[in-house]
Design a protein around this ligand. Structure first.
Ligand code: FEO
Length: 391
């Protein structure tokens, strides 16, 4: 483990080669599972463990740690909690500290003996002697049981997934700001965005704390906490930006022609557009683009009457991530008949969006179809202007 502060150590494992998380989320830059050891004058605590795939790394780091009094579990997901049984087996007297909801989930997911678990309420503190750990419940980042730990004597906040980034790096701190910002925004977009209202409450809860270091359990720590706190405040705000996201796919070129015309027209009006061909898109980048966009336009050809499955998947992803977009529409094409618009609209029940008139053409687009694209572009511009988004 590496020394973060006197008797505070950063350990865990860097997973350089992992490319998929939860069998769903792309990890272009790998990830890390951070664990922290805090030694007080009387007691020692380990904060979080690592993914079971990296159990050996953690257990080697603990080889010289003779006694462990507390193991803090912020979150029951296996990438942090998966090695709890191993650690508890190594230290038979250690207590597992978690939130009440964490206890239920850890028993369910890891079959930990309930007698080993001590639950802590929001704001409760345990003493390590000359240091203390205060537990702050921060639910829905991104499960219901999540909490953070504040080490007041060192002004360190341990946050697990909250403020984390999927980034494999040897840097202890986030000094490569551009790279960490993108990785943290990707992480926020993929798992935190659906809970942005809960995150707002959690950020308010942290307001009263004096924080020198934020130490998450993925990616580097922050020795300039305002960098990531301000980023989160921006991402969770209710105000979208003057941006349009267009995930689309094209089978024979018609939908692509509509999308390209729309992108060009919106750009002419000063609107920033993110165009994603779903045949070759990193879905994490699509998720990032959805964090701020005011409008989402899905582009689809027609496959057996409905939308292309890849576009339906993108719609389902948007519906699950619940971005702050205020407007949506569909452009696309069909061969002989189609219900793509209806099926895409039905896939977006969670989005609080106003649906703008779709543009669907039969076969190759004609001049009148491009006129309809111009009308859609104009409608998007007017909506953005009415929201005060256009400079
Ligand atoms: Fe990093 Fe939700 O686990």
């Amino acid at each position: 483990m590496r020394t973060m502060r006197t008797n505070v150590f950063a350990g865990g494992a860097v997973d350089w080669d992992r490319r998929l998380f939860d069998s769903l989320i792309p990890l272009p830059d790998g990830t890390s599972y951070n664990a922290y050891l805090v030694r007080g004058s009387e007691k020692t605590a380990l904060i979080d463990t690592v993914d079971p795939a990296k159990a050996e790394v953690l257990m080697e780091q603990l080889a010289d740690v003779e006694n462990l009094d507390y193991l803090v579990a912020h979150h029951a997901e296996q990438d942090h909690a998966g090695c709890i049984p191993l650690v508890l087996a190594k230290y038979p007297l250690a207590k597992l500290i978690t939130s009440p909801k964490g206890k239920t989930l850890i028993v369910d997911h890891l079959h930990v003996d309930e007698k080993r678990i001590t639950t802590v309420g929001d704001g409760e503190t345990i003493s390590l002697g000359d240091r203390s750990l205060r537990f702050i419940h921060t639910p829905w980042v991104h499960w219901p049981e999540t909490m953070t730990t504040y080490l007041a004597e060192e002004k360190i906040l341990f946050t697990c997934d909250f403020f984390g980034s999927h980034l494999a790096t040897t840097d202890m701190y986030a000094h490569d700001k551009e790279r960490v910002y993108e990785a943290a925004k990707r992480y926020y977009a993929e798992i935190m965005m659906p809970f942005r209202h809960a995150i707002r409450n959690n950020l308010e809860k942290l307001n009263g704390l004096s924080i020198d270091i934020i130490a998450p359990s993925h990616g580097p720590a922050y020795d300039n906490p305002s960098f990531i706190i301000d980023a989160y405040k921006d991402w969770i705000s209710d105000d979208p930006k003057n941006q349009v996201v267009i995930p689309y796919i094209s089978m024979h070129g018609s939908t692509r022609l509509l999308v390209e015309r729309l992108v060009g027209s919106l750009a002419q009006k000063g609107i920033t557009v993110f165009q994603f061909d779903l045949a070759a898109t990193d879905l994490g980048k699509l998720a990032i683009a959805m964090v701020d966009a005011a409008t989402i336009v899905l582009g689809t050809p027609t496959v057996h009457v409905g939308p292309h499955p890849a576009v339906l998947y993108a719609a389902m992803l948007a519906n699950a991530l619940r971005p702050k977009a205020a407007f949506a529409s569909v452009v696309g094409s069909y061969g002989w008949a189609g219900k793509a618009v209806e099926q895409i609209a039905a896939a977006l029940p969670n989005l609080k969006v106003e649906l703008l008139p779709p543009v669907i053409c039969k076969g190759l687009p004609l001049a009148k179809d491009f006129d309809s694209i111009e009308a859609l572009s104009g409608a998007i511009f007017e909506k953005h202007k009415a929201r005060g988004l256009v400079q």
